[in-house]
Design a protein around this ligand. Structure first.
Ligand code: TRP
Length: 452
């Protein structure tokens, strides 16, 4: 059977941007930027993208496109069957599994909040505290949290079931433009509110006094997470690419879209938060405690609240699709399974694995592993350990084992003109992948496990 591939270049870019643009952009980026010095954080974040985001992104897409395989098959092929490198690919598949299991729980909240918004219940909870209590009551309800988690998993599985072109690509081509339009609508609404400028000042006023070593680590970690790096999602999407496609240009387009969406989300959120007199320092509660109140206080808020949670849901779906696709590609490529069987079985197992994460907010709230509830534990293991470990070994593999002698000619395929005209590009990629990326990722990893 012939392996699937993208139907068009834009299909790949939208699918990969869909993977990158997720809860991390709409939820996490605005509040960590807000809490860590505004423009000062945005600046550090952009530097981090250049230092580690772009070089590792090119490396992942390249490994995929060169081998036309899932992460396990790709490492196996390029390392001539080395068990160590093959297991690095396996770590990626495992990380995909773990991340999807709790990411889909949070994504379920977004789906549930589309319904809450449409029911108009935000008007019953006029303060962030009251809205927060309502939120806690919802996630404390086993049926609510598990129900929307299951619904979200079913939606994700439906897209992956239809395959690369008819499911993932087609879905991305429909959902991503909707996401862009919704966000633009919300940005315009935010900017035209009375008092919006205060939100802009909050986001753009660089407060360097808030910048510490910890801030730099946060910026590096966010740059890495937001581009879906370290577990082979971009590798797998790259594996459906044609040799005629231009990896650096496509990669930079993905980065530009991802960064633009994160910044626009920050603008949409903080203009509205300040214009309605709310406090921005709500941390992770920003979206589910503060924003519902913000919507009740702004003209047209009912409609905008529905649009916002649809936006959040779409961002999460296109990311979750890429996570499930990594697992699916592994069983299709390596075990010769039918796509349908892989999606049904591993979608199902991911749901079972996610159940204790969903129950962490209610019946299993007291269950602790190393002092963390199940949800936080899985989040910590996957995002703080497996992703940096994966990213570290991906850089080391390309720079030191596979080697630039072999990697560069492959990277140049489809991008000959670009490299002819921009000699610095080759040096940039080599130097940053060889030195900056591994060292900085290692520092992030050591700090997240508390060694430094
Ligand atoms: N990039 C996604 C976001 O910003 C989250 C994410 C991290 C991810 N790693 C991933 C998504 C791997 C898909 C695959 O929300």
């Amino acid at each position: 059977m012939q392996r699937e591939k993208w139907g068009s270049k834009i299909g790949f870019i939208l699918a990969a941007a869909g993977s990158a643009i997720g809860l991390g952009n709409i939820w996490k980026f605005p509040y960590i930027a807000g809490a860590n010095g505004g423009a000062a954080f945005v600046f550090l974040y952009l530097i981090s993208i250049i230092l580690i985001g772009v070089p590792v992104l090119f490396a992942e897409i390249l490994i995929g496109r060169t081998t036309n395989r899932n992460p396990v098959g790709a490492f196996k092929k390029l390392s001539n069957g080395s068990p160590f490198w093959t297991s690095i690919g396996g770590l990626g598949v495992l990380a995909g599994f773990l991340i999807l299991s709790y990411y889909a729980v949070v994504a379920g909240w977004a789906v549930g909040y589309v319904v809450e918004a449409a029911r108009g219940v935000f008007y019953d909870f006029p303060t962030p505290d009251a809205a927060g209590r309502h939120f806690n009551a919802l996630i404390g309800n086993v049926y609510w949290i598990v129900g929307y988690f299951a619904l979200f998993m079913a939606i994700t599985m439906a897209f992956v079931l239809f395959g690369v072109q008819k499911g993932i690509e087609k879905g991305s081509k429909i959902m991503m433009p909707i996401l862009f339009i919704l966000l633009i609508v919300l940005v315009v609404r935010g900017l035209t509110l009375d008092g919006a400028s205060e939100g802009m000042r909050f986001l753009w006023n660089p407060d360097w006094s808030k910048v510490t070593g910890q801030t730099i680590l946060l910026a590096l970690g966010q740059a890495f997470f937001t581009l879906s790096l370290g577990m082979g999602a971009m590798l797998t999407y790259g594996s459906y690419m044609s040799k005629k496609d231009n990896i650096p240009i496509s990669g930079l387009e993905i980065v530009a879209l991802d960064t633009a969406i994160a910044i626009l989300a920050g603008i949409a959120i903080f203009t509205a938060v300040f214009a309605t007199g709310q406090s921005p320092n709500a941390g992770p509660g920003l979206i589910f405690h503060t924003l519902p109140v913000v919507f009740t206080k702004m003209p047209g808020g009912y409609i905008f609240s529905i649009l916002f949670f649809i936006l959040l849901t779409i961002a999460a779906v296109t990311s979750a699709i890429s996570l499930l696709e990594v697992i699916t590609a592994y069983f299709v490529d390596e075990k010769g399974w039918h796509r349908k069987k892989a999606v049904m079985i591993f979608g199902g197992i991911t749901f079972l694995l996610g159940l204790p994460s969903a129950l962490s907010y209610n019946v299993m709230a007291d269950f602790r592993i190393f002092g963390l509830n199940f949800f936080d534990f899985i989040d910590f293991i996957s995002a703080n350990i497996l992703l940096p470990v994966g990213g570290l070994f991906i850089s080391i593999f390309v720079a030191y084992f596979w080697g630039f002698d072999k990697a560069i000619p492959n990277l140049k395929q489809g991008a000959e003109n670009l490299f002819d005209k921009n000699h610095w590009l080759e040096s940039y990629w080599k130097v940053f992948l060889k030195f900056f990326a591994p060292v900085l990722i290692l520092i992030v990893l050591l700090s997240s496990i508390g060694i430094i």
